[in-house]
Design a protein around this ligand. Structure first.
Ligand SMILES: Nc1nc2c(c(=O)[nH]1)N[C@@H](CN(C=O)c1ccc(C(=O)N[C@@H](CCC(=O)O)C(=O)O)cc1)CN2
Length: 280
């Protein structure tokens, strides 16, 4: 049976380390502040935003909350971001995704100052990741690296297949694994022989957005399987992109859903906020 990679425990460890750091910073008169913007009332987004605020509270980060109505215009949102960009007391800014359809997420991401882009989505931060310069890194992929490292899983020299090529998970995930000296392949909806390709992976990272798509026959005996997906099944129970029960019997280590990658997203967001101070 596989080692279960406990994202809840690892994210708690990270939050505890950050809390210590933030407490010490406070003693020197330095405060960390994060502005969280949500447009509309998507129920899942409301849960994530609430959890981000709770994490801020736990660590000692000041959180500024902007809950804007669904009909907020793109211009009004841009105006708010520009105001926060100029506010010297705010270190980090994030707009919870998805935004309503009438708002262009790419335009919004580009409006956030790269120095305050704690989500790591701004093209300038993505570019820094590509060329190996220090910048903010997207929280979910950064969280996966922490899960692997803190679980004692060797990355260097391993064959890694990343299934999914989104800008916020798949692509940065592949770049981070490359930075850790893995041999990386990105698979996507047009990939031929996906199953055979996945079977070559020592580390299989799945961010495909299809509930329970990856079955045991996609997985090499002893592989490490990281599930980035999050869905509700027909019984309204949370599940991932991976068929957990059967894959756990074949893998050497696996992340559960819930309690795997998800909680790491928020821990790494907190880490980026604290890190933003070192960049000033
Ligand atoms: N601006 C952003 N928007 C979105 C991001 C992001 O990083 N920045 N990522 C996702 C949502 N997300 C954070 O925002 C997120 C997703 C899942 C979890 C999490 O802890 N999941 C739990 C289950 C929680 C539940 O009960 O639903 C788990 O997997 O154990 C945290 C954050 C899209 N939008």
């Amino acid at each position: 049976m596989a080692q279960i990679i406990d994202g809840k425990k690892i994210s708690q460890d990270i939050k505890d380390e950050l809390k210590e750091k933030v407490t010490a910073l406070k003693d020197t008169g330095t405060e960390v502040a994060l502005a969280v913007i949500q447009v509309g009332n998507d129920p899942a987004s409301s849960v994530y935003v609430r959890n981000k605020k709770k994490a801020c509270e736990y660590i000692g980060i000041r959180s500024l909350s902007y809950e804007l109505p669904e009909e907020t215009t793109e211009d009004a949102l841009i105006e708010l971001i520009e105001k926060l960009n100029k506010d010297e007391t705010v270190n980090g800014i994030l707009v919870q995704l998805p935004v309503p359809k009438h708002i262009d997420p790419d335009k919004i991401i580009r409006t956030i100052s790269p120095e305050k882009d704690v989500d790591g989505f701004h093209p300038q931060n993505v570019g820094k990741l590509v060329i190996g310069e220090e910048g903010f890194v997207s929280c979910t992929p950064a969280g996966v690296i922490q899960l692997l490292k803190r679980s004692g899983i060797e990355i260097s020299g391993k064959n890694c297949v990343v299934v999914g090529r989104s800008n916020i998970v798949g692509k940065p995930m592949a770049l981070l694994m490359l930075r850790e000296n893995a041999t990386v392949t990105i698979a996507h909806s047009k990939t031929k022989n996906l199953k055979e390709l996945c079977q070559t992976a020592d580390i299989l990272i799945v961010a495909i957005g299809k509930p329970q798509f990856i079955t045991a026959d996609y997985v090499k005996e002893g592989a490490v399987v990281i599930d980035v997906g999050i869905h509700r099944d027909e019984n309204n129970k949370l599940c991932g992109d991976v068929r957990y029960e059967e894959v756990a019997e074949k893998a050497s280590a696996i992340t559960p859903v819930p309690g795997g990658v998800g909680p790491m997203t928020i821990a790494m967001l907190m880490s980026n906020c604290v890190e933003s101070l070192d960049r000033e």
